[in-house]
Design a protein around this ligand. Structure first.
Ligand SMILES: [Zn+2]
Length: 203
């Protein structure tokens, strides 16, 4: 389902940036149905639609409408800002996305680095941020980023560290203080830059 089919947004990508303006106040301004008084119903419906499509990752890492905006923490001109923004709106070069344009079935959009090791993994955001030992791409950076995020989460007693997944840690970031969000998203963005660099070299 396309975003405009949800009925509340008719211009989310055409008119402004969902990854920046992904918050209650901004989207309410754009929402025709706000005036009809059905905001919460539509918000829940929109979340459900986004949760199972192209924007899964955005919803997983920013699960609350009022979660801090990651892009606000990074200078707009920086490469980290640009890379993080692309990932938040799933406009990156992971195979899950490039395969979409090539009309490859989703289950065949596999990570080539893992294929060389005899493993079949769909190359999506969750794979790149998955278990620290899973994918050879940027694995040193993945282990380091996971360790640092765990330290932040532990310091604020936010979450259990019972998984080996960087993705799991990133999904807890919205629970941290504003200042820790700043540090955490900066860290995540640096990791994503490392991923993109390695993907570029592998081409
Ligand atoms: Zn892989």
């Amino acid at each position: 389902m396309k975003l405009f089919e949800v009925g509340v947004f008719d211009m989310i990508f055409a008119d402004y940036d969902a990854a920046v303006a992904w918050d209650g106040e901004n989207w309410k301004c754009k929402c025709k149905l706000v005036r009809a008084g059905v905001v919460q119903l539509e918000a829940d419906r929109l979340r459900n639609v986004l949760s199972c499509g192209k924007h899964q990752w955005l919803i997983r890492v920013l699960p609350r409408w009022d979660a801090p905006r990651p892009l606000n923490f990074l200078p707009g001109s920086s490469r980290r800002h640009k890379v993080l923004k692309r990932w938040l709106i799933s406009e990156h070069d992971l195979v899950v996305e490039t395969g979409r344009y090539a009309r490859t079935p989703r289950h065949n959009r596999l990570c080539e680095a893992c294929l060389l090791l005899g493993q079949n993994h769909i190359q999506d955001e969750a794979h790149m941020l998955g278990a620290t030992g899973d994918c050879p791409i940027a694995w040193v950076e993945r282990v380091a980023a996971k360790h640092e995020l765990d330290m932040m989460l532990m310091a604020e007693e936010v979450a259990s560290m019972d998984t080996d997944s960087l993705q799991h840690a990133v999904e807890q970031v919205h629970l941290l203080s504003e200042e820790s969000n700043r540090l955490a998203w900066s860290l995540v963005a640096s990791f994503l830059v490392a991923v993109e660099d390695e993907l570029e070299v592998a081409k």
